[in-house]
Design a protein around this ligand. Sequence first.
Ligand code: GLY
Ligand code: MN
Ligand code: MN
Length: 435
Amino acid sequence: MSDPLATLQREHLRALEQYYAEVLTALGYDGVLIYSGHPALHFGDDQHASFCSYGHFQHWTGQAGLSHSWLLIRPGQRPICYFHAPNDFWHLPPQLPAQAWTEHFEVLTGRHDTPPKLGAGRFAVIGNVSDDDATALAAQRNPAALLSALDEGRVRKNEYEIVCLSEANRMAELGHRAAREAFLAGGSELDIHLAYLQASRQREGELPYGNIVGIGAHAAVLHYQHYDSEPPRSRPSLLVDAGHRFRGYCADITRTWPGAEADPLFADLIARMHDIKQRLVAAVAPGVDFVELHERMHRLLGELLVESELVTASAEAAVESGITRAFCPHGLGHLLGVQVHDVAGRTARDGTPLPPPAEHPALRLTRELEAGMTVTIEPGLYVIPMLLEPLESTPAGQHLNWALIERLAPHGGIRIEDNVSVTANAARNLTADIE
Ligand code: GLY
Ligand code: MN
Ligand code: MN
């Protein structure tokens, strides 16, 4: 019986082969060697840092944990994978997965911690390649025009990639449900993190990014990176931003939950943030300018702040005066793929840079949406003292309800984040409701 995922992966590989052939030929290369990368050693030590293989290597193979390996891509020739699996009695060598790509490539299994020999011709080598290896290869290392063309080739996801992103979402959702239960059962941040890993069946080193697990005021730290091992006395809220990989493709999902002692205002703000997220997801379609969608998020946040009496000015004034940016300093979302913040979000199709507007420097996606792009939609609202306090001495400060802000501060903040694939005329939300 044919495996539908294998069929889709074969189509993905054929499309990649065609795209690479066009790009390499246009730029005058006979081929490109793609290096997976390898884990760094801690200085003066014999222990390695955690590792994730290069995005373009994953694009072909989906192997996020494979190191010291190489792919040789030459137009019109069968691609070669130099699969690093040396005989080693200290470690179990990696095994080739039962996936269609292993038949598509000529796979040369063995020791490949030095680069393979290239034949005559004009080659590029891409990835984190050492000076010695680049010199030995006599290939151009990471040429900008090639990298930008290959990045562009990752922007629109095909059916195989969308299936992978959906499966990553499905696994991450299992973790989010377990995280919520662990929180309601009285667990610490560490307990919640471990419950997430267990339910989503992954080890910490395989996560697409470090889980963000913040109870209470920690939820206001956008990329909070610690896990308290003791449950705090007060636990009014939980924010979990956590994902999963499937064949390299990432999920990036955030949920915020009220605790038993949450202020009713906070629980209401969470419900309304879900509505805002839904409205923004419904607006995703080809031709939509993501900067405009981000600005729409700010208008919706302005309305929310006014309706919940956190701000006494108009919604427009809350946006104009920078109040909404102080409550939400990050962007509406970003491209998602084999990297959680996927490549080419700030570059037009022809390679022209598209920097974010000066007042929204954190916005990672400034392009017009196109069918196949997969993006996150992640509106948020936080009490971040270092951003709000400076407003106190400005005219905007007079329109902030400081007493309410103080009531909210122990809850930290709210972020609701879904993964959305742009279709030919609208969008498909890859993230389920998580109850
Ligand atoms: N998890 C990081 C982000 O949402 O962009
Ligand atoms: Mn995100
Ligand atoms: Mn996230």
